[in-house]
Ligand binder design. Structure first.
Ligand code: SF4
Ligand code: SF4
Length: 444
């Protein structure tokens, strides 16, 4: 198995010891959930419920109106008390269904014993994945039924299962691989059937030797599935970096993994595919790591989608004395929250709570042209120049030197001795570019 490197990257402290040994616990059934209609890339679905309706766990709350869209489902049984904009962990407020639970667990019918997925057609499998509302659980949240429908001229030759989990602090994927390996592997085989792929590789960073040896032992008789131990380097789990590390192939600028015959799925997504296809179970719960020095006890939890961050932090013993920041995700790519009253989404892999020492931002100072950000950029960009152009309103020039190729991994900002807000400028530049393209009718 190749042990290739991607260019650039950084080595932040791993900080995983607080939860890597902790088995997944069931979080208590929340009394209330807030379920945004938009939790994926694409169009929100059309809302199917209104205030006063009774709903059962697993019942669809929306129906997709476009191809790039998935439904959301009730994650508890109870009554809809509001359909209104609520704070969303990715920013702003978005239309959400609020459900007050009645304390019972009346689920919609799912299969008690596994269907033989090998008897299902590719179309039936795709339909079950779409109807279950599956969108990438690794954080990107792209609708899975779309991702696994590449055009005929772009056949997939290698399917890569992403078990890298390179974000510091987070261990949800690690624990899932240890505790649900068989389900993940069935999900992987289902994907191989859909994509007509004869070769799959599970990429896992070498800091998870137990997961590597478990996956190896479970696949040793299957010549179509390999396990690739990966260098511990951030962002090893980025799609393009993972493809480079596993196959040696480079996804071209502006291109997609399918351009080099590859497709990447997260291990959590594979497990949800297994549950959706074999048991017709909708995606209404997922694994979340709640961790960091700002929370009393770190845990890996099975959590209902829509559970508020505040409820999970309370279940973990509450805040420590010096909590200053709550982040949706990890410290590198996560988003700091202005309130803990935001819900867990399908793409929420972690809630990181930082204290004064770990979470206080240092003041920005002028660039000293050291080029460390250039050396650390895994996309071969010049973050200092891109950010500088955006800062002075020249974001169109920034597009010309690769602004839109940035994967927002945060490596440049992490390594910058001047603590320049490089990713903030890059995100601003991308937003201005998108706005300008929309105003121009997408002609650029
Ligand atoms: S410019 Fe973008 S891709 Fe490069 S290091 Fe910074 S955030 Fe990552
Ligand atoms: S790492 Fe920071 S200080 Fe060094 S060149 Fe990049 S932006 Fe400037």
């Amino acid at each position: 198995m190749p042990g290739k490197h991607f260019r650039g990257g950084v080595h932040p402290r791993e900080e995983k010891k607080g939860t890597s040994h902790k088995p997944i616990e069931e979080a208590p059934l929340p009394k209330q959930v807030v379920i945004p209609l938009l939790q994926h890339i694409g169009a929100p679905g059309e809302c199917l419920v209104q205030k006063g309706d009774s709903v059962r766990t697993g019942q669809p709350l929306s129906k997709p109106v476009k191809f790039v869209s998935v439904p959301v489902h009730a994650s508890i049984t109870g009554k809809v008390t509001a359909v209104e904009p609520r704070p969303h962990p990715l920013g702003a407020s978005l239309l959400s269904v609020v459900i007050e639970g009645d304390g019972t667990e009346d689920r919609i019918e799912t299969l008690k014993t596994s269907d033989d997925w090998q008897l299902l057609s590719v179309e039936e499998i795709r339909d079950r994945i779409r109807d279950a509302g599956i969108a990438g659980l690794g954080g990107a949240s792209f609708p899975t039924h779309v991702k696994i429908s590449p055009p005929p001229e772009k056949p997939i030759r290698v399917l890569i299962l992403n078990g890298a989990e390179c974000e510091p602090y987070l261990t949800a994927d690690h624990r899932l691989m240890l505790e649900k390996a068989d389900g993940i592997l069935t999900g992987l085989r289902i994907l191989m059937k859909v994509l007509n792929v004869r070769r799959a590789v599970i990429g896992i960073e070498k800091n998870k030797p137990d997961a590597i040896s478990l996956m190896r032992s479970k696949t040793e008789k299957d010549r179509t599935i390999g396990v690739a131990p990966l260098h511990v380097k951030y962002p090893q789990g980025g799609e393009k970096q993972l493809i480079k590390a596993v196959t040696g192939l480079t996804v071209p600028s502006g291109g997609l993994p399918m351009d080099v015959g590859c497709l990447v799925q997260n291990v959590g997504t594979a497990f949800s595919i297994y549950e959706a296809v074999c048991f017709r179970k909708p995606l209404f719960e997922r694994i979340v790591t709640v961790t960091g020095p700002g929370v009393v006890e770190s845990k890996n939890l099975r959590v209902r989608i829509g559970t508020l961050f505040s409820d999970l932090i309370a279940f973990c013993g509450g805040y420590s004395d010096e909590t200053v920041k709550v982040i949706n995700g990890g410290p590198m790519m996560g988003i700091a929250q202005h309130t803990d009253g935001v819900p867990v989404l399908k793409g929420t892999s972690g809630i990181l709570v930082l204290d004064e020492k770990s979470g206080r931002m240092k003041p920005e100072s002028p660039c000293i042209s050291c080029a460390r950000c250039v050396d650390g950029c895994p996309m071969n960009l010049m973050p200092n120049r891109i950010a500088g152009l955006v800062e002075y309103g020249r974001w169109k020039d920034a597009v010309g030197i690769g602004l839109t190729d940035c994967i927002e991994c945060g490596s440049c900002a992490y390594i910058c001795p001047a603590k320049r807000n490089l990713v903030h400028y890059i995100k601003l530049g991308k937003a201005l570019n998108t706005e300008s393209m929309a105003a121009d009718g997408g002609k650029k």
